[in-house]
Design a protein around this ligand. Structure first.
Ligand SMILES: [Zn+2]
Length: 559
């Protein structure tokens, strides 16, 4: 039933979206439940019903890899100073459907906006797959010499948060606060680098009011009969560019739901929702020149991102906007419409989207009851490094099936890497200078960079990593030199992937014994008794304690 080319975008849970947009009547929506809507470069939007599903997700990447564009060897940037960006990174841009050489507007700065969690509940592991892919992106940009400014919002007001607060009989703030804290705990557990700004929707309402006014002034928004303010997608010719849902292909179906009658066109979406009794009861209503109400979810992201980059850098265009594939339509499409209609400039130059985390072929979702929270794993004692490695072993643009077996295998891999590093460190001073290990490390780094430069091909980067561990262990068996260079290369890679086992915290008595041994070794070294120093190091290593001599002193950790 598909045209010859592969789909560019697949929207799951299509029924609700189609009804909400007035494209399908509610009565017809029943047979759309569980359907997937596939969008193609050319030709129609194809809707695939569940029974017709043929390909296992892992064998059918939703995004085809286009041929790589030619890469420039050197490019001069206006305003670029003291910085020669590595022109080798290429990223898949959903907007152009191509892998393109990455060039930020004002290097070395990269502005990155990622849609954050809705804090009505705990974020599940599927949400964290998206956040982890964004962490990989950010870390690799930083490792490549860019200065990333990362913004991740917290959606603490929307239909779900209001409904949950109302059901619990609390205010919005009381309901969301524990989930905000939980999100930060989970973020730290999974070793995600904290964003530079975590704006909260409820604290950014003035910026949202300003944006709505701008859109009203420009005539692309209007107040509906119900008092809410809507965006008129008719008056924004670029609507549908990101998702490929060309406006000609959107057929207007029967009008649905009572509030749909308030709009001029059923496809229009709410920027500002007139306050109802529930909104006021939970403290989710604000006064605005166009009436008391609350922001729509799409508006929140546009207003917060434009505010952050506008006040900090004086620009209205993001270098990268990222999120999960389920946000392409309508969320990101609507963000583009609001932002570009207000500023008259491109909203984001690169749009990156991560695929779903599936459980037995179905998207992990609270709605399907097949979700696992990050904290469940933490409580089960799962090392975050194993979760990270598991996710890196599938490309971010391919769906990933989560199984306990795969997680256990990733745990074994993490342990192998930890053991390899401990062996290298154990070589200490003997591993200095040139040697087979140094050559292996240089080969590894070239392969590692080439893989990540190619649209963050983390599976290939991990393969290079395990190849290094395999060949490196054999070289260590043969007494090869160059361990110091190998540790350095490994640590540079870990700054990006961060998949070494979490060090155990030793018991206080054990820690005191280690400290005493380290001090004794230091004294032996000072009096040039290297035989004794080596004996102590070996004794520590036998109990799983690794030493690392750094310019600021000797550091230890328990593997
Ligand atoms: Zn967003």
């Amino acid at each position: 039933m598909y045209p010859a080319d592969r789909p560019l975008l697949v929207v799951t849970d299509a029924a609700a979206r189609l009804v909400r947009r007035g494209l399908v009547a509610p009565g017809d929506a029943v047979r759309w439940r569980g359907a997937r809507v596939a969008v193609f470069r050319r030709g129609p939007v194809v809707c695939e019903l569940p029974a017709a599903r043929v390909d296992a997700p892992s064998r059918a990447p939703y995004f085809p890899r286009d041929s790589q564009p030619a890469r420039a060897d050197s490019v001069s940037y206006p305003g670029a100073r003291r910085f020669a960006p590595r022109m080798t990174l290429a990223l898949y841009n959903t907007l152009t459907r191509r892998v393109e050489p990455f060039q930020p507007l004002a290097p070395p700065r990269v502005t990155l906006y990622t849609c954050g969690p809705t804090v009505w509940n705990y974020a599940h592991l599927g949400n964290f797959r998206t956040f982890l892919f964004e962490d990989l992106l950010r870390r690799y940009l930083e490792a490549s010499g860019y200065e990333v400014f990362h913004i991740m919002n917290l959606t603490d007001v929307d239909d779900r948060t209001i409904k949950a607060a109302r059901a619990a009989g609390t205010t919005l703030r009381q309901h969301t606060e524990p989930f905000v804290r939980a999100f930060f705990e989970d973020r730290d557990y999974l070793r995600l680098r904290p964003a530079h700004a975590h704006p909260r929707a409820t604290e950014s309402v003035p910026a949202m009011i300003v944006l709505v006014r701008r859109l009203l002034d420009r005539g692309v928004a209007y107040q509906g009969d119900d008092g809410s303010v809507y965006f008129a997608i008719d008056r924004f010719p670029g609507y549908g560019r990101l998702s490929g849902l060309d406006r000609r292909e959107i057929k207007v179906g029967a009008r649905v739901a009572s509030d749909e009658y308030a709009k001029e066109d059923p496809r229009d979406f709410a920027l500002w929702k007139k306050a109802g009794p529930d909104d006021d009861a939970v403290g989710a209503a604000w006064d605005a020149p166009f009436g008391r109400g609350r922001p729509g979810w799409h508006l929140e992201c546009s207003a917060m991102s434009l505010y952050e980059i506008g006040t900090r850098f004086g620009v209205e265009t993001l270098d990268i906007h990222a999120g999960g594939v389920d946000l392409i339509f309508p969320h990101h499409e609507d963000e583009i419409a609001q932002s570009e209609a207000a500023t008259g400039r491109p909203f984001a130059r690169w749009w990156l989207h991560g695929e779903f985390l599936n459980v037995r072929g179905t998207k992990m979702s609270k709605r399907f009851g097949n979700f696992l929270a990050a904290r469940d794993l933490r409580e089960q004692g799962v090392d975050a490094a194993a979760v990270r490695l598991l996710f890196w072993q599938t490309h971010y643009r391919k769906p990933l099936d989560f199984t306990d077996e795969a997680l256990a295998a990733a745990g074994e891999g993490v342990k192998r890497l930890g053991d390899f590093r401990a062996r290298l460190v154990g070589e200490g001073g003997r591993g200095r200078g040139e040697g087979r290990l140094a050559r292996l490390a240089a080969e590894f780094e070239a392969a590692f960079r080439a893989a990540l430069d190619d649209d963050l091909n983390a599976p290939q980067a991990c393969a290079a990593l395990f190849q290094l561990a395999h060949a490196g262990n054999r070289a260590l068996d043969a007494g090869a030199g160059g361990a110091v260079a190998a540790v350095a290369a490994l640590d540079r890679a870990m700054a990006v992937l961060d998949v070494l086992p979490t060090p155990r915290t030793p018991e206080p008595d054990f820690a005191r014994w280690i400290e005493a041994q380290v001090a004794a070794r230091e004294r032996a070294r000072k009096s040039k008794d290297f035989k004794e120093a080596d004996r102590i190091r070996a004794a520590l290593l036998a109990r799983g304690v690794e030493l690392e001599d750094t310019p600021t002193g000797t550091k230890w950790r328990v593997a």
